[in-house]
Design a protein around this ligand. Structure first.
Ligand code: GP9
Ligand code: MN
Length: 633
């Protein structure tokens, strides 16, 4: 490329520079990307460039007439991708992946939150498109089409490749294993940039389709050995404690543990749950392990004791896999199973997935009476939902296993004036401020629910399992959260904020003295074996990664989906080891013994899901092998 080449590609270069600078501005203003050194800042700055040079460069192969139109269309599309990521990030605090994008049904339902998430300033993202169009029409001299020689094209792509490898080299040096450890999207975006990341995501998507096709039963052997070694015997005291009783699970939307026993101006946020805890087993160090699939991920973990996926919602990506979920298992023990949730049946692909999990019935929105008066935010108010649900549950054969999914305490945390029982906070985050009254409302709804269960005669013969599905307040609100908690929200504190309440209430058993606060570290992955053991069902031959919460052999080790983990002594997150007691950073060597196990566990679970391995597992083979292993031990 020489002096005379430059004017030939000036329109192309202008479009590239616009997109490049714009992308960097978006990184700095719309995403919360942690930068620790000037080198990281430099990588962040250059990372959009290689992709942009590549796609815009394709115009050099086009007929002169089409070239500028192509450049404008690419600018429009790339701006659209940025825009979608910006809006998505505000909601999920995460970047888009293809499986999530394919969830168009969900995206449409998210529409109700869109007006909350959309800002007029977002339209500025399309400013360069307008400038380019104006130049195209008004300054024909600037955009004048000229011939490009083969040699010039080759030179252009040589530079593009150089930029790409320069970027990749710097990133690999900064972050080894960048492309193999993919559950941290922030690190990917930080290093290879948002556009290359999307290309990479497409590659992953095709890889996962291939993985299923290539898998066979032999892949299961290592996993079996691992699970076998991890199996924990149930505690004699609690095994069979709830035999034959109904299981009523309530997924408490976006409910984090920090609201429990917390007050605002002297008022309890969750007075009912605080009281219920006194008469229940309460797990105060129980973590959610969800990722992009939010509520559906928590359901997946609960019923399968498998991890959700690092990208996309497993309910969508692997809805037709074979599973050995709790509903399937307890059916053999005479249980009827159902889900009650006042939303469209296809949201999170639930209708398909529930069949795969073996649920007998899904009471979706069609089963409820929903009107303007009894709705707010995402739909039917919790009080009405829970009330109508009791009537629906009464129609079921007993014993049953029913999962109720609440909805009012969902972003953007809308509430009618008459339902506000506590003041909003006054922090800088409107989201956090509004969260408190909706949590308070949900608490009241649960109080009515338990009363109604008593009134309708369902209470005595049931056990109640209330759990938080995932966080409600994302890291975007750390500063406000720090204001509320009275301490800075560090990475350590962020992990601790992933605790969600778990309350197991067994009428006649946990009332009064028997109630306990259990401080052992645990997670949603532990629910399946815990529930099965309470019902007196052995889990030795079941494929699960969790352990019975009541087992005295249970190891305190909980892995979060992003690879962070928590033990009785340590918290490990974002490549840093913390002392759990003090929250202070300590030598990485302390956490090292657990690092491999954490990665291994997530990897084994992923292998099961991606390979659809449970289709090769019929329980008996696995059992025989286990028994053989025991004999030889
Ligand atoms: C929607 C409900 C809420 O049906 O599960 O979804 P979420 O956004 O929390 O996953
Ligand atoms: Mn949810």
């Amino acid at each position: 490329m020489n002096k005379s080449t430059f004017p030939k590609v000036q329109f192309l270069l202008l479009a590239t520079v616009f997109m490049w600078i714009k992308t960097y501005i978006v990184y700095k203003t719309s995403f919360d990307i942690k930068i620790e050194s000037w080198m990281q800042e430099f990588i962040l700055f250059i990372n959009p460039l290689s992709f942009l040079l590549f796609v815009f460069g394709l115009s050099l192969f086009m007929k002169e007439k089409r070239r500028n139109v192509y450049i404008i269309i690419v600018t429009l599309l790339a701006s659209g991708i940025l825009f979608a990521n910006v809006v998505f990030y505000r909601f999920f605090n995460d970047f888009i992946t293809i499986p999530v994008l394919l969830q168009t049904k969900n995206m449409a339902d998210l529409g109700s939150s869109f007006s909350e998430l959309f800002k007029f300033s977002d339209l500025l993202l399309f400013l360069d498109v307008i400038i380019l169009i104006a130049l195209y029409y008004l300054k024909p001299n600037f955009t004048k089409i000229q011939l490009i020689s083969k040699k010039e094209r080759r030179f252009y792509y040589l530079i593009t490749a150089a930029v790409f490898f320069f970027n990749l080299g710097l990133s690999e040096a900064e972050r080894p294993e960048l492309l193999t450890r993919t559950f941290d999207r922030e690190i990917l975006i930080k290093n290879i940039g948002t556009y290359n990341y999307h290309v990479y995501d497409i590659v992953l998507q095709s890889k996962s389709s291939a993985q299923r096709a290539l898998a066979d039963g032999s892949s299961f052997v290592d996993i079996e050995n691992y699970l076998n070694a991890n199996y924990k015997k149930p505690s004699e005291e609690t095994f069979n404690m709830a035999n034959g009783k109904n299981i009523i699970l309530v997924s408490m939307e976006s409910t984090q543990s920090f609201v429990i026993n917390e007050t605002v101006e002297g008022e309890e946020i969750t007075p009912f749950l605080n009281d219920l805890i006194e008469d229940s087993y309460y797990f105060e160090n129980f973590y959610h392990q969800t990722a992009q699939g939010k509520t559906s991920d928590s359901e997946f973990i609960l019923d399968n004791s498998l991890y959700p996926l690092g990208r996309g919602a497993v309910f969508f990506t692997h809805g037709s896999n074979e599973y050995t979920a709790t509903p399937k298992i307890i059916k053999e023990h005479g249980y009827y199973s159902s889900v009650l949730h006042a939303n469209n049946k296809s949201f999170w692909n639930r209708d398909i997935m529930y069949d795969s999990l073996g649920y007998d019935h899904f009471f979706d929105i069609e089963s409820y009476e929903v009107n303007d008066e009894n709705s707010v935010g995402w739909g039917l108010k919790d009080k009405e939902f829970l009330e109508q649900s009791v009537d629906l549950m009464k129609t079921q054969p007993q014993p049953f296993y029913s999962k109720l999914i609440t909805l009012t305490n969902h972003f953007p945390f809308e509430l009618d004036e008459e339902d506000k029982m506590i003041d909003e906070l006054t922090t800088r985050s409107r989201t956090l401020n509004r969260y408190i009254p909706t949590v308070r409302y949900q608490d009241e709804a649960l109080k009515h629910f338990v009363q109604k269960l008593k009134d309708e005669g369902l209470y005595e013969n049931s056990i109640l399992v209330f759990y938080g599905d995932h966080y409600g307040i994302s890291e975007n609100h750390n500063v406000a959260m720090g204001e509320f908690l009275g301490r800075e929200v560090t990475s350590f504190e962020s992990v601790q904020l992933q605790r969600v309440p778990l309350i197991i209430h067994i009428p006649g058993v946990t009332d009064g003295d028997k109630s306990k606060v259990i401080s052992d570290v645990s997670g949603q992955i532990d629910l399946k074996p815990t529930i099965l053991h309470l019902l007196g069902i052995e889990t030795k031959n079941d494929v699960h990664f969790g352990a019975d919460l009541f087992s005295d052999k249970k190891v305190e080790f909980t892995v979060l989906r992003d690879g962070s983990f928590i033990t009785d002594k340590y918290v490990y997150t974002k490549s840093t080891c913390y002392d759990k007691e003090t929250g202070l950073e300590i030598e990485a060597t302390n956490c090292e013994p657990y690092m491999e196990k954490a990665t291994q566990e997530l990897d084994y679970s992923d292998q099961i899901v991606y390979g659809d391995l449970l289709r090769f597992y019929n329980g008996t083979d696995y059992k025989e092998e286990l028994e053989e292993a025991e004999v030889t031990e």
